[in-house]
Design a protein around this ligand. Structure first.
Ligand SMILES: C[S@@+](CC[C@H](N)C(=O)[O-])C[C@H]1O[C@@H](n2cnc3c(N)ncnc32)[C@H](O)[C@@H]1O
Length: 218
């Protein structure tokens, strides 16, 4: 790894630790504001493959001739990497939700999104209408002090009945995945959605496994 990338990763690790201790979502956004311009570079070269995997998983769900019509929301869109990967697969109707202003500037300059919402998910401030998306996808944002569990309820809220939520996260044995999974099970017990699959994927982030959850909204 290049020395500059190592420095940035070490800097980020320190910031993450501060955020973990403070638990303040605004701190998370401050960190992403700080790293937005070199995010793609430090996450590239196979270090972080979540956006590529996300686009592959969404593509499996939608036939090529439907990809222009299907309306997709990319939640916690970051620099717009998931959207760029989806565009390569033929999707053209993609919106983005992202709370960081600097990340949002990258999203706007990517030119791949139709509507862009600079909002947090899961804190009761969303302006997105109920039941308008065929697919809601989110990669890399179900982690400490990022999207809270209530954000999963919001993803269901934005999805059309019969639409799909595709959620990618680290497959660590303990931590956010466990909490998210038990919350997702509770939402299924309430009849809000139905699990279609959960698939473990290799090389999700820093050579570690990820997990892709796919749910159909009722
Ligand atoms: C690791 S990045 C992932 C970005 C992008 N999805 C990707 O895979 O490259 C996590 C993103 O989650 C966003 N985020 C953090 N808390 C959030 C929240 N409560 N609601 C929505 N996005 C949030 C951050 O601003 C950041 O852009």
């Amino acid at each position: 790894m290049e020395p500059e990338a190592i420095n940035t990763l070490q800097h980020n690790a320190t910031l993450y630790k501060t955020i973990d201790e403070s638990g303040d979502p605004k701190m998370v956004v401050a960190m992403y504001d700080d790293i937005s311009t070199n995010y793609d570079e430090i996450m590239s070269k196979g270090r972080y493959r979540a956006p590529i995997i996300a686009a592959e998983e969404v593509s499996i769900l939608v036939s090529e001739n439907q990809r222009k019509e299907v309306r997709v929301l990319d939640v916690a869109a970051g620099t717009g990497w998931v959207g760029k990967e989806l565009t390569k697969k033929g999707f053209t109707n993609i919106d983005a939700l992202e709370p960081s202003g600097s990340m949002m500037r990258q999203i706007k300059s990517s030119g791949v999104y139709t509507l862009m919402f600079q909002e947090f998910l899961g804190v009761g401030q969303n302006t997105i209408s109920k039941g308008i998306y065929d697919i809601v996808v989110s990669a890399g944002a179900m982690r400490e002090n990022h999207i809270p569990l209530s954000g999963i309820d919001d993803m269901i809220h934005f999805t059309k009945p019969g639409g799909l939520v595709v959620l990618l996260m680290n497959n660590f044995d303990v931590g956010p995945k466990n909490k998210a999974e038990s919350h997702m099970n509770q939402l299924e017990e309430k009849g809000l959605w139905c699990k279609e699959s959960s698939t473990i994927v290799p090389n999700y982030s820093l050579s570690k496994e990820g997990i892709v959850f796919i749910y159909r909204v009722q």
